[in-house]
Design a protein around this ligand. Structure first.
Ligand code: ARG
Length: 589
């Protein structure tokens, strides 16, 4: 394992600060925004001067003369009121490159203390096709899952199926209306019940909206659905059997979407999996005085004195006995604590559910036994909008299905791939594989490169462009390096030890050396856009390098071999970073 370049450098500079009787923490070094002045900058002399009430320029001079005794620095200079500009020696850069290139994680794990993290994402619901709202939950969640895994955390990923509320009762009653002769509705029937589902997923997706509409017009139907929900939760055999069928066909359907998006779950739990935990939990909360009755419902008060906005109590159980979304979420925290003792639980769910999570977290801190340091966080995100700036809708105003978004992206990608003439180079199957990868890369990169909380406009034409800050372009940059390395192999050219001879090489190396900072910041802020920025910087630096430096055509054998090594490491890092974003790179395109 190897430390990041910025950390190593900061401690080197920190040592010089210490020798001048200053706080070594002030030796923190950053990458210079102005490469012509230096590769790195340290601004600590300013803070040191302020603390000591001295002239910053003078302090900087003292530090500078101390630094000059260290031959790891090729160039040191002062600028402005006391900024120190730094260029590293090639020997130092090469030694660092050799170390991080040998590490599969490029030194990133060194800066991370590993923990057990549960990622709750995806969040589909029984009988409802996944829709545009689940797109971001899946893409962002999966990226964070891969990132945490990369950093060495123990990651549990749970899909947390929505399978236990009133919608279940509505569906049971709606199916009963449509098919009253099925065996599931007879209260006396204890089973066994047929192994085959009486409904297909397509039927379910039609039954749900019609049940929901009916419940709004027909109070009796709603009442019946409510009690069916309660009976289901209480274990009525026929309802349980029917519910299991609905769950199974729904899970099978969502797996298709998750496979298309490359999302992985270690647990396929749902709200219903907490059912056995709920009665003892409710009993305990009552006994310990955490819950109370309010208008017939059992609630936990979660408001705090200094709340700026209204904080309604968390409803655990309605007067009809059925439990709620918040109850299952609370019991899920209990279950997760029992099964995994997580250090963190992160919920990647639409920002519009922030009140719900605030209530659940407060209730959990109050009445579930979790360690104080356990971290519960709602990782919210903005909406996906249409070109009119409003949340994306179908032409007739309906919800856009996730599957159709993915299919549209692949269709657009096929067009772009054909326009680029790829059908002349590749057979049908390979072309289809490329189009699929381009389409998925387009929506993922576009989604992840935005600040998580902002909304963005879904514009496939822009997302699929082979230029600029798009997924397809980053992918294409990687494929070009692949094909160059393939050519090198065909010509019998080999990679060799690094020797630096051009600034473009040094700049590329510096960009590569920042993967630890990018991954750590992305994990700390749950912000995959930082990874997108890193990939983009890398492909840009690689382009400058490729523009300035010959690789295959280089006559000097040692330089050529060194550049091949630099290309290979760059490719490995771009592919690694794209993989953290959930993007697969094809062999050729
Ligand atoms: N099923 C929910 C929805 O579609 C998302 C579930 C999020 N996870 C959770 N633990 N509440 O909105």
């Amino acid at each position: 394992m190897t430390q990041s370049l910025l950390n190593k450098l900061s401690s080197l500079v920190g040592e010089a600060f210490a020798k001048c009787d200053l706080d070594p923490a002030l030796g923190r070094v950053v990458v210079s925004q102005r490469r012509e002045l230096g590769q790195f900058q340290c601004n600590g002399a300013l803070a040191a001067a302020k603390a000591a009430k001295k002239n910053p320029r003078e302090i900087a001079e003292t530090i500078l003369s101390e630094l000059k005794t260290n031959d790891n620095f090729a160039e040191l200079s002062l600028a402005g009121p006391g900024f120190i500009n730094i260029r590293l020696s090639d020997t130092y850069l090469k030694a660092h490159f050799d170390a991080f290139a040998a590490d599969p994680h490029f030194g990133a794990r060194e800066g991370h203390s590993s923990e057990t993290v549960i990622l709750d994402f995806g969040g589909p619901n029984v009988a409802k096709a996944m829709h545009v709202g689940h797109l971001r939950a899946t893409i962002i969640g999966e990226s964070l899952r891969r990132l945490r895994d990369f950093l060495g955390d123990t990651v549990v990923s749970d899909v947390h199926f929505g399978d236990w509320g009133l919608p279940m009762g509505l569906l049971i009653k709606e199916i009963e209306l449509a098919k009253p002769d099925l065996p599931y509705f007879d209260n006396q029937n204890e089973g066994p019940f047929p192994a085959e589902s009486p409904v297909t997923v397509d039927e379910l997706q039609e039954l749900y909206p019609s049940a929901s509409a009916r419940s709004k017009e027909d109070p009796e139907f709603l009442e019946a659905a409510r009690s069916a929900t309660f009976e289901l939760q209480s274990g009525r055999a026929g309802y349980r059997a029917l519910w299991q069928h609905m769950l199974d066909v729904s899970v099978a359907e969502t797996k298709i979407d998750f496979d298309l998006l490359g999302a992985h779950f270690t647990e396929w739990n749902g709200e219903a999996d907490t059912n056995d935990l709920i009665p003892p939990m409710l009993e305990r909360l009552e006994k310990e005085g955490y819950s109370e009755l309010s208008d017939g419902a059992t609630v936990v008060r979660v408001a705090e004195e200094d709340d700026k906005k209204e904080m309604p109590p968390l409803i655990l159980q309605k007067s009809d006995g059925a439990v709620m979304y918040g109850t299952t979420d609370l019991a899920t925290i209990e279950m997760r604590q029992r099964d995994h003792q997580p250090d963190s639980i992160l919920y990647v769910v639409d920002a519009r559910q922030s009140l719900h999570f605030e209530q659940v977290f407060r209730a959990a801190r109050k009445c579930v036994s979790i360690p104080e340091k356990a971290h519960l966080e709602h990782i919210g995100f903005g909406t996906v909008n249409g070109k009119d700036g409003k949340p994306l809708k179908t032409r007739d105003g309906g919800v856009v299905r996730l599957r159709s978004l993915i299919e549209d992206a692949i269709t657009e990608a096929r067009k772009v791939v054909l326009e680029a003439g790829m059908d002349e180079k590749f057979g049908v199957d390979e072309l289809e594989d490329i189009a699929t990868k381009v389409g998925i890369a387009a929506i993922k990169f576009a989604d992840l490169s935005n600040q998580r909380m902002s909304n963005y406009v879904f514009d496939l034409e822009r997302f699929t462009k082979f230029e600029g800050k798009t997924g397809p372009y980053q992918m294409y940059a990687a494929v070009r390096i692949k094909s160059m390395l393939r050519k090198a192999r065909e010509q019998g050219l080999e990679e060799g030890p690094l020797t630096l001879s051009a600034d473009a090489e040094r700049n590329l190396l510096l960009a590569l050396s920042q993967l630890p900072e990018a991954t750590l910041a992305a994990a700390e802020k749950n912000a995959p856009h930082i990874l997108c920025d890193h990939v983009y910087t890398l492909t840009q630096e690689f382009n400058s390098f490729y523009h300035d430096c010959h690789v295959l055509g280089e006559k000097d054998e040692a330089i050529r071999a060194s550049r091949l090594t630099l290309c290979a490491v760059t490719l490995r890092q771009i592919e690694t970073a794209l993989n953290l974003l959930g993007i697969d790179v094809p062999e050729r395109m």
